[in-house]
Design a protein around this ligand. Structure first.
Ligand code: 6PG
Length: 468
């Protein structure tokens, strides 16, 4: 029997979908799973694609079914299960074989796994896969780390199964070791910010303008036909049009307002802070999910905390649309700035424009704007900041006024918009050549003699502070 081109270990939602996608493109795929009774069901449900599948009941059979050098894709929970599988499979592998972790892993763990396998002849690849089950089955966006050797093995298969943007496969070898998982982490941070900003605009339209779910859904559907066209805006419009069959109410109206999270968005913020960055729009989105879980405290707050709301105009739909546009640009700009910082720190030479290009289709944050971002990132980008690229300067000039009005109106009305206001504050920070942290430096020197630099002289100085 012809040997398999690739092995997929883990037949959960994402693993099954990727295995079928590979089979659909004519690749021979060895498949196995920890719970071996899943394997026969999976193969029988594959229909005609079963002819491309090689089921294996043991790890030994699975490895033996693969062409060398072997490529094995693990689609299993990140963390301890991945370490256990590396330990189990490595003794069965040979020089030049590649283990791929296609889950949402912490890039620090990916770097450690890569380092641990250095010198063993076995290659380790951390690969970010975006697009959910539908994407995995019919075209995901994939962010691949690891060695050039592994990429040579994987590339033909990855390019075949990836989503295509005007024929261009949405997959790239973004950099070595943990680069793929880092890029996926930042993707998820941007995903959180985009979702939060959409939720904030929904909140303004619901609580500020008194519109019902289907009416807001119509607004979002209209926006989705313009510059805000995106997967997340599209699904948000559909969500708002959906009805709960049990009660007949809009589905969103019966959902508890406590947001879950698996942690990848949070990693973006943790890593941003470690790199001396602050992705404020993303941070606000993580924080909003955290605060949302304190439902009881918020309900208590509703009865005792004064709003002292001030008269405010109801934001106009066109302003809300442009506020979202500005917010989306700023959240992505923060994400790309973070990617640049990580690239510098870890010596990855990330191609930010290529990353924007592979996010144009297949992934959760795919949007019409990503093509503009790719162009901006390819152009002259002063100080590594996308917002300073001329194309973005112009787009922000046209949308920042509406963002400012929306944030101001929301503040006056007492409606929270943490991600939109975080984005705006960052924009305003970045357009102040002279900020206010001279005061921070003075305070630090006052109480801790930490010293400061002066505008007019080189070196480190101390102030003659007036004390009691
Ligand atoms: C993707 C998504 C996906 C993520 C879910 C859930 O790109 O396909 O980012 O990888 O797991 O969106 O994330 P949370 O549970 O953290 O919201």
């Amino acid at each position: 029997m012809a040997q398999a081109d690739i092995g997929v270990y883990g037949l959960g939602t994402m693993g099954s979908a990727l295995a079928l996608n590979l089979a659909d493109h004519g690749f021979r795929v060895a498949v196995t799973n920890r719970e071996t009774d899943w394997i026969a069901d999976f193969v029988s449900e594959a229909g005609p694609l079963a002819q491309h599948l090689v089921p294996a009941a043991t790890l030994e059979q699975f490895v033996a079914a693969l062409k060398t050098p072997r490529t094995i894709l693990f689609m299993i929970p990140s963390g301890a299960p991945m370490d256990a599988m590396i330990a189990a499979v490595t003794p069965l592998l040979s020089d030049g074989d590649t283990i791929i972790d296609g889950g949402n892993a912490d890039f620090n763990a990916t770097r450690a796994r890569d380092a641990a396998l250095q010198g063993s002849g076995i290659h380790f690849v951390g690969m970010g896969v975006s697009g959910g089950e539908e994407g995995a089955r019919h075209g995901p966006s994939m962010m691949v780390g690891g060695s050039d050797h592994s990429w040579v093995q994987l590339k033909p298969m990855a390019e075949a199964i990836a989503a295509k943007y005007k024929g261009d496969p949405c997959v790239a070898h973004v950099g070595p070791d943990g680069a793929g998982h880092f890029v996926k982490t930042v993707h998820n941070g941007i995903e959180y910010a985009d979702m939060q900003m959409i939720a904030e605009l929904y909140g303004l339209l619901r609580d500020g303008a008194g519109r019902n779910a289907p009416q807001i859904g119509e607004v979002f559907a209209r926006w989705n036909a313009g510059p805000l066209q995106s997967y997340l805006m599209n699904i948000s419009a559909r969500v708002l049009q959906s009805v709960d069959p049990e009660t007949g109410h809009p589905m969103v109206d019966v959902i508890l307002d406590k947001a879950g999270q698996k942690g990848t968005g949070r990693w973006t913020v943790i890593e941003a802070l470690k790199l001396g960055q602050s992705a404020s729009a993303i941070e606000a989105a993580i924080a909003a999910r955290g605060w949302s879980s304190e439902k009881d405290a918020r309900q208590a707050g509703e009865t005792v905390l004064a709003a002292d709301a001030q008269p405010a105009a109801v934001p106009q739909d066109a302003d809300l649309e442009n506020a979202m546009l500005a917010g989306r640009i700023l959240a992505h700009a923060q994400g790309f700035r973070l990617l640049q910082a990580a690239s510098d720190e870890f010596g990855w030479s990330l191609d930010l424009a290529r990353i924007a290009e592979i996010w144009r289709a297949g992934c959760i944050i795919r949007s019409a704007l990503l093509d503009d971002f790719a162009a901006a990132l390819r152009s002259d980008m002063p100080f590594g900041h996308m917002i300073l690229a001329p194309r973005m300067v112009d787009m922000l000039a046209a949308s920042i006024g509406p963002l400012r009005r929306v944030v101001a109106q929301a503040a006056l009305a007492g409606v929270p918009v943490p991600a939109l206001s975080g984005a705006l504050s960052w924009y305003d920070t970045m357009r102040h050549g002279r900020g206010s942290t001279n005061m921070i430096q003075a305070q630090r020197d006052f109480f801790g003699a930490h010293g400061f630099e002066r505008l007019d002289k080189d070196g480190k100085h101390h102030g003659m502070w007036m004390r009691d």
